[in-house]
Design a protein around this ligand. Structure first.
Ligand code: APR
Ligand code: ZN
Length: 271
């Protein structure tokens, strides 16, 4: 009986197959999770020491119902903000994971980068904003839940540090929340519709740095596969979709793409 390939390979053993799948693809979707930002200094959520190891998520219902929940959500937001600011300003430009995504984008065959991340780092790393589909919103600004007025974080932080009170909308007095999607909050329809369209049109779907446990975002890799695309998963930990993937690489994103990027640089070709 032919020996079955182990369902996940190391970056070294998976590199040649990865290069082959990229070279053969006409329309690539890159799907990202918090694991693409850990090398920028932003902890992910479910790894040991991740953001959920010290805090439980605050649901959208609790955020709307309770001023204390809003106060805690803003406290957490501003406690994490220095990590995001440093990543945006410097570390994203040294991030091997974001360099790999930029190299994929430079092939000219990536139609969309569908991200669960709210850190705005794909845009900060040089990916055109119109190519990024943010399923869980963007934490670099805030909006009013009632009138959708945009509010800047610096203004909110100044007032919050002075009064300790969660912000109210300057235009209508409504509740102000970062422009992210919390558990229990409806997903953004337009972004979901666009992400599904790109997924169905892709012939290679590459999932990077996600535990693939949060729905409906994590349904997209399986939808791509069921629709005939090749599925690649690169992640430090096993995911529930590894067995479905054409190639599952268990390891660091930067390390996984390093030799493909080098061979591309050596040939100077858009492979
Ligand atoms: N290379 C490869 N994998 C990595 C790296 C790296 N450099 N760094 C972290 N990882 C892996 C971790 O092993 C982990 O399995 O990335 C995965 C990140 O998984 P999560 O922390 O669960 O993050 P994510 O999948 O993006 O979570 C989805 O859950 O909490 C909500 O809204 C939040 O968008 C988030 C969603
Ligand atoms: Zn308002």
């Amino acid at each position: 009986m032919a020996s079955r390939l182990p369902k996940s390979l190391s970056p070294a053993d998976g590199g040649a197959r990865l290069a082959q799948l990229i070279g053969a693809a006409d329309r690539i979707v890159v799907f990202t999770g918090a694991g693409v930002s850990t090398d920028c200094g932003i902890p992910d959520f479910r790894s040991p020491g991740g953001q959920w190891s010290n805090n439980m998520p605050i649901s959208f219902q609790d955020f709307v119902a309770s001023a204390d929940a809003r106060r805690e959500a803003w406290r957490r937001k501003f406690a994490m903000q220095p990590f995001f600011d440093a990543a945006t300003a410097t570390t994203v430009h040294e991030s091997p994971a974001h360099a790999a995504i930029r190299a994929l984008n430079d092939t000219g065959r990536v139609s969309a980068i569908i991200t669960q991340n709210i850190d705005n780092l794909h845009q900060a790393s040089g990916i055109p904003a119109e190519r990024v589909i943010e399923l869980h919103g963007n934490g670099s600004y805030a909006t009013c839940l009632d009138c959708s007025e945009r509010h800047e974080l610096d203004d909110i932080r100044r007032a919050f540090e002075e009064t300790g009170d969660p912000p109210a909308c300057s235009a209508c007095g409504g509740i102000v929340k970062t422009a992210t999607v919390s558990f229990g909050q409806p997903m953004p329809r337009a972004q979901m519709r666009r992400a599904l369209g790109e997924t169905l049109a892709s012939d290679l779907f590459i999932a990077l740095g996600s535990s693939l446990v949060v729905m409906p975002a994590a349904e997209l890799p399986a939808i791509a596969k069921q629709n005939g695309a090749a599925l690649v998963i690169v992640n430090n930990e096993a995911t529930g979709l590894d067995a479905l993937a054409d190639l599952a690489i268990r390891g660091d994103i930067g390390e996984t793409f390093a030799c493909w990027m080098q061979s591309r640089a050596d040939r100077g070709a858009n492979i």
